[in-house]
Design a protein around this ligand. Structure first.
Ligand code: ATP
Ligand code: MG
Length: 253
């Protein structure tokens, strides 16, 4: 059975999509198969894996809203043993089109139940909100990685997501585990970045990955070229950091 990991933080631009793509690429480099699911209507994860969200007719929206077999929307990518379930803007309407369903929280969990034997990891890229899409991701996942940008208001976002995760554990998914907080876009020259890392590590020592992700322009460029960082620029500091994160996750299993 796959290990299903959601990458979630309702705060925007903290490195969720970059982490979802880079970790998928690094798991593949370490010989593990991955299905990467884009649960964000922005489609950044789809684009970052080299696919054009506007050119794909059926996607995760059709699976969740209309019971389309998920196998029909899975796309191969140029990264060995990484497949993608794409999204596009239509996904933003999921809440309104499922308003007749009493508890539309398990749509994703049900949709992937038949394919969890096909991949070692399923990684879900979440949107920057605490709405239905995020809820579906956290109800389908075994664990969650929370990227925390070493920046202003990081702690407020962490407090919010912790309270939302404990509600989900209580009401919908008791098995959901916090795999770890991941410090992202770390720049040691910025005093605030050091302060945020010290604070997070002080509060959540056991639950913060030892690996932290440096600010590295190659990560932004890799997204533009539609490739995981380890394939785009394997020696970049961002690539080495995500390989180290993948190893840390594998070692802790
Ligand atoms: P959203 O909430 O909009 O989905 P997100 O949390 O998925 O955003 P990303 O899209 O991964 O965040 O990152 C936001 C921006 O920062 C992107 O332009 C990305 O390329 C860039 N970025 C992410 N991580 C790094 C990093 N470690 N160093 C430099 N740039 C980064
Ligand atoms: Mg994103």
């Amino acid at each position: 059975m796959s290990k299903i990991i959601a990458i979630s933080n309702q705060k925007g631009g903290v490195g969720k999509t970059t982490t979802a793509i880079s970790l998928s690429g690094c798991f593949s480099k370490l010989n593990h198969s991955v299905l990467l699911i884009d649960m964000d209507p922005q489609g950044n994860c789809t684009r970052g894996m080299g696919l054009d969200p506007t050119g794909i007719r059926k996607n995760i929206f059709d699976v969740l809203s209309n019971n389309l077999d998920i196998n029909k929307v899975i796309k191969k990518t140029s990264t060995k043993s990484v497949d993608v379930v794409p999204s596009n803007l239509k996904l933003a309407t999921l809440e309104s089109v499922t308003s007749n369903i009493e508890k539309p929280f398990y749509l994703l969990k049900d949709a992937i139940s038949q394919i969890t034997k096909n991949y070692e990891y399923i990684i879900i890229d979440c949107p920057p909100s605490l709405g239905l899409l995020n809820l579906n991701a956290l109800c389908a996942a075994n664990s969650v990685i929370i990227p925390v940008q070493c920046e202003y208001y990081a702690m407020e976002a962490v407090a919010q997501i912790l309270s939302s995760i404990s509600k989900i554990q209580k009401d919908y998914n008791p098995d959901l585990e916090i795999l770890g907080f991941l410090l992202t876009m770390y720049d040691s020259r910025i005093k605030l970045a050091t302060e945020v890392t010290t604070e997070i590590r002080g509060l959540f020592r056991e639950k913060t990955f030892v690996t932290q992700i440096p600010r590295n322009i190659s990560l932004a460029e890799a997204a533009f070229y539609g490739k995981p960082i380890n394939l785009f620029r394997p020696k970049a500091s961002g690539s080495l950091a995500y390989i180290s994160l993948a190893r840390e996750i594998l070692d802790n299993e």
